[in-house]
Design a protein around this ligand. Structure first.
Ligand code: BG6
Length: 493
């Protein structure tokens, strides 16, 4: 942890009345308050367009806490938390708003500290205005002290990501920039490194000699949650696959880093991304599939189609489901397909990494009822279940040679331990200046290089998109990506 001099005196949340702030940032900050992990002197400034003052903001804050925090909070902790906040009203493009922000930061309660964190919880299209205005107001200085947190997606393709990065670098040093991918804050995601590199049992199997293929699924049953203005421009490929899922892929596929240091780890992740076989224009059809949800039924409730969601452009062909196949052309993985799939309004929420092992080389049971043995699987469930499972065959007790599949199941967390939200860990890291779990630009850049050919190809095919009924596991046609007839999506544990 950094010493008190380095810890920020203020956190400014741009977009404080938005979805991300209400759903994630405020509850996470509150939990850090409860755990006594927020620096005593930290003030939080909510910056937003709504025509509010401090008292309206605090009333809103109370509502957010009431809706989002399940446990009872001692009155004194709540009051202390609320007292950290003040509100600055402003348009992101308006220089006068930044003058008001400067005034708020000069309030006596901020003390002599000159270290501020700016959190951009806003739409990507609004980043440039905020960065430019922070710079013009001198709020990027002193260089090296203030920090800026940028949410994903970082750009909307390779070129715009490079431009955004250049723009950030004109005003901030790399040490000041925290590119956030909240999947890095999930404990089950961090556990991938521990699972792989702290157990000698696993490592010898983790390669093309033993692994048939890898599936990474991030299925959501929720829809777009009123975010059409962002989502309709982004789609599932930009929203989930280019960032969260690529990060999962790198953690599954990377080599052990020489040390658990931020750059050592990132170097290994970048090597994976650089080894992904580029998808040529002609190959896009065989490597990627997109679709959009039609109306359907989720857990007994009818839900509308994507096209009927408020704010979605008429005739939109934005994908809410994407499946893709990648090959990592290195010694460890050559020839092993990595199948990735994510979608909204699928049957249930389920994020997992499913690793199918190869069939045994010898068909020893050919002459018995076991002729067609199912392969072994290793299942690493990220959420909502947090578990590690291995499926192995054992003999079924009895006179005949039959087997049954046994799951060795290790729960990740004891029943009563609270699940930390990813944002709690990441906000604390920003406050403490620890960049280990944040994304370096070359990771972003190489991930864009991987998906850019797909995006470009799809951009020219805007007339038609496959659909799938909400509440299903997605369209059948996504099966066309599989290399072998015995490969199929693994739904559920
Ligand atoms: C966000 C996406 O980054 O991640 C959302 O913009 C998605 O569309 C969310 O729902 C999923 O996060 P989690 O933590 O619920 O898996």
């Amino acid at each position: 942890m950094s010493d008190a001099f380095d810890t920020p005196c203020a956190l400014v949340i741009f977009g404080a009345t938005g979805n991300l702030a209400s759903l994630k940032l405020i509850p996470a900050l509150f939990h850090l308050e409860q755990a006594g992990r927020l620096p005593d002197h930290l003030s939080i400034i909510a910056f937003s367009r709504r025509d509010w003052g401090d008292s309206e903001w605090r009333a809103h804050l109370r509502e957010v806490l009431r809706d989002r925090i399940s446990e009872q909070c001692p009155e004194a902790t709540c009051e202390h938390f609320l007292s950290r906040f003040s509100y600055v009203k402003g348009e992101f493009q308006d220089p006068a708003a930044y003058a008001r922000l400067l005034e708020a930061l000069a309030q006596p309660r901020m003390g002599a500290c000159s270290n501020v964190v700016f959190y951009l919880a806003i739409k990507p299209a609004e980043f440039p205005a905020v960065i430019k205005n922070l710079d013009e107001a001198g709020l990027n200085k002193p260089r090296g002290l203030h920090r800026i947190v940028v949410e994903k997606p970082f750009g909307e393709d390779l070129e715009s990501a490079q431009m955004l990065n250049q723009m950030l670098h004109r005003s901030f040093n790399e040490e000041q920039i925290f590119r956030i991918d909240h999947y890095q804050g999930k404990e089950t995601v961090q556990n991938l490194l521990v699972f792989r590199f702290a157990n000698t049992l696993i490592e010898p199997l983790w390669n093309r000699n033993f692994i048939d293929h890898v599936q990474i699924t991030v299925a959501e049953s929720i829809g777009i949650d009123g975010r059409a203005d962002y989502y309709d421009r982004a789609g599932a490929l930009r929203d989930m696959l280019q960032n969260h899922m690529m990060q999962l892929l790198t953690l599954v596929a990377m080599e052990p880093p020489p040390a658990l240091e931020p750059d050592a780890l990132r170097d290994e992740k970048v090597k994976v991304l650089r080894s992904i076989r580029p998808i040529t224009r002609k190959a896009v059809h065989a490597h990627a599939f997109r679709a959009q949800y039609a109306a359907g039924n989720i857990q007994g409730q009818s839900v509308p189609s994507y096209a009927q969601e408020a704010g979605v452009e008429k005739g939109s062909t934005t994908e809410t489901f994407v499946a893709a196949k990648f090959y990592i052309d290195n010694w460890r993985w050559r020839g092993v397909p990595f199948y990735l799939r994510t979608g909204k309004r699928l049957k249930e929420q389920q994020s997992m990494i499913a690793i199918r092992l190869r069939h045994p080389p010898q068909q020893l049971f050919r002459e018995t009822p076991l002729e067609t043995l199912e392969p072994n699987w290793i299942l690493l469930s990220i959420q909502p279940q947090e578990s590690m499972r291995m499926e192995i065959h054992v003999k079924q007790p009895g006179l005949d040679m039959n087997t049954r599949l046994l799951q060795l199941h290790a729960g990740f967390r004891p029943m009563n331990e609270r699940v930390l939200d990813a944002y709690e860990a990441l906000l604390l890291d920003v406050i403490e200046g620890d960049r280990t779990l944040f994304i370096r630009f070359d990771e972003v850049e190489w991930a864009w290089r991987v998906v850019d050919p797909i995006l470009k190809y799809w951009a020219q095919e805007r007339e038609f998109i496959h659909t799938y009924a909400a509440g299903t596991w997605g369209p059948q046609e996504a099966n066309r990506l599989f290399d072998a007839e015995d490969q199929e999506w693994r739904n559920g544990l």
